[in-house]
Design a protein around this ligand. Structure first.
Ligand code: NAP
Length: 243
C-alpha cells in the first residue's frame, strides 16, 4: 500500500490546516501531489503557509481565512476552496477547540464555542461540500474526533459533548452518504503534542502522539482502494505518561 504520490489531481480542504494535526495533514497531502485548501482564522499564518507550500508543489495551494464557528462562513470556505481548485474530493474536518473547565467554571459562551466549532462546523462544512463530493470520482470526508469521543473526563463537559456528538454524527453521515460513494471516516487520537488546549507543544518526541502520526492515519485511509472503507481509527500513545 503506497502512502505517497497517489493523490495527484485530488483536491482537498483541511479546516484548521495552519497548525498542529491539520498542518501535518496538509504537508502530507501536498507531498502526495494533491491540491490543498487551508482554512483557519489567522490571516498571517494562512498567508505564510500557502506561500511556503506553493514553492514545493505544482498543484494548487489555496488559503481561506474564516471563523468556522459561523455556519455561513463554513459554506463560503467550502465554495471558495472548490472554486479555486476546480472541485473537491477530500474534506478533512479538523478545526477544533478544547476548553477544559469544570461545569461550575465554564461559561455558556465557552460551551457554545466548542459545540459550534467541533460539531456545528463539521456538519455545516460537510453539508456544503456534498454537491462537490458527489461530482468526485473518489470522495472522502475525514473527521478528526478524539478518544474523548468515547471517554468522558472531569472538566470535559463541553469537549466531551462535542466529540461524543461527533462520533455519532460521523456514523450517521457515513450512512447518509455511502450511497453516493462518499466515504466518511473518523480518526480518534489520544493526546497529541500540539498547542491545543492549555499546554504548549513540547520540543521533541515525548510520550504523546505527534501530529504526523495522525496525518499518517489520514493518509492510510485515503490509500484504501474504492470499495474498501475503514470508517474509524482509534490511536493512542504507545506508553501511558507517568504521573
Ligand atoms: P491546534 O494545534 O490548536 O490547531 C487548531 C487549528 O484550528 C488551527 O489551525 C487554528 O487556527 C484552527 N481553528 C481554531 N479555531 C478555529 C475557528 N473558530 N475557525 C477556524 N479555524 C479554527 O489543534 P490540534 O491539536 O491540531 O487539534 C486539531 C483537532 O484534533 C481538533 O479537532 C482537536 O479536537 C483534535 N484532537 C486534538 C488532540 C490533541 O491532544 N491535540 C487530541 C485528539 C483530538 P486559528 O487559531 O488561526 O483559527
Amino acid at each position: 500500500m503506497s502512502l505517497k504520490g497517489n493523490l495527484k489531481g485530488k483536491r482537498a480542504l483541511v479546516t484548521g490546516g495552519s497548525k498542529g494535526i491539520g498542518l501535518a495533514v496538509v504537508e502530507s497531502l501536498v507531498e502526495a501531489g494533491a491540491s490543498v485548501a487551508i482554512s483557519a482564522r489567522t490571516t498571517k499564518d494562512v498567508e505564510r503557509l500557502t506561500k511556503r507550500l506553493a514553492k514545493r508543489t505544482k498543484a494548487k495551494v489555496v488559503g481561506v481565512v474564516a471563523d468556522l464557528s459561523d455556519p455561513d462562513h463554513c459554506t463560503s470556505v467550502v465554495e471558495k476552496a472548490a472554486s479555486a481548485m476546480g472541485g473537491l474530493d477530500i474534506l478533512v474536518n479538523n478545526a477544533g477547540v478544547g476548553i477544559f473547565k469544570s461545569i461550575e467554571a465554564m461559561t455558556w459562551e465557552e460551551w457554545r464555542q466548542q459545540i459550534d466549532l467541533n460539531l456545528g462546523a463539521v456538519w455545516a462544512c460537510t453539508k456544503a461540500a456534498i454537491p462537490h463530493l458527489k461530482a468526485s470520482s473518489d470522495a472522502w470526508v475525514i473527521n478528526i474526533g478524539s478518544l474523548a469521543s468515547r471517554n468522558a473526563f472531569a472538566k470535559g463537559t463541553g469537549y466531551n459533548a462535542s466529540k461524543f456528538g461527533l462520533l455519532g454524527m460521523t456514523e450517521a453521515m457515513m450512512l447518509d452518504l455511502r450511497d453516493h460513494e462518499i466515504r466518511v471516516s473518523l480518526v480518534m487520537p489520544g493526546s497529541v503534542n500540539t498547542d491545543f488546549g492549555s499546554s504548549p507543544r513540547e520540543k521533541g518526541r515525548g510520550w504523546k502522539l505527534e501530529a504526523e502520526d495522525c496525518a499518517l492515519a489520514v493518509m492510510q485511509l485515503l490509500a484504501y482502494p474504492k470499495g474498501a472503507h475503514v470508517s474509524r481509527i482509534e490511536m493512542r500513545p504507545a506508553v501511558v505518561a507517568k504521573r
